[in-house]
Design a protein. Structure first.
Length: 101
């Protein structure tokens, strides 16, 4: 097996974004994280509740992917998932704000 294949397998194994929270937890936590992130990033007036949930859920997956290289995100609980989603949602909103300009 080549070193490139081994590196890809290690990264694929390490970069899991699923936690013990479940889909309903991701929706609840994502909605809260998306709303708070939109307050931090100053985009709350342009976003409704549905877009806050979408940004929060996508942010949870983005933050989970990024943090999985440094922490064991699969064993994280509700609070860890919330802060991960908040971080990911802020990163996502920052990227979207930069692309829209």
């Amino acid at each position: 097996m080549s070193t490139t294949t081994q590196a890809v397998e290690v990264l694929a194994e390490r970069s899991t974004t699923t936690t013990a929270v479940g889909w309903v937890g991701y929706i609840i936590i994502g909605g809260l994280a998306g709303w708070i992130a939109s307050k931090f990033m100053g985009t709350d007036k342009q976003m409704g509740i549905l877009l806050n949930i979408v940004v929060g859920v996508i942010g949870a997956f983005l933050g989970g992917f990024i943090l999985s290289f440094f922490f064991d995100t699969a064993s994280g609980g509700w609070w860890f998932t919330f802060f991960t989603a908040l971080l990911g949602a802020c990163i996502l909103l920052f990227i979207v704000k930069r692309l829209r300009r």
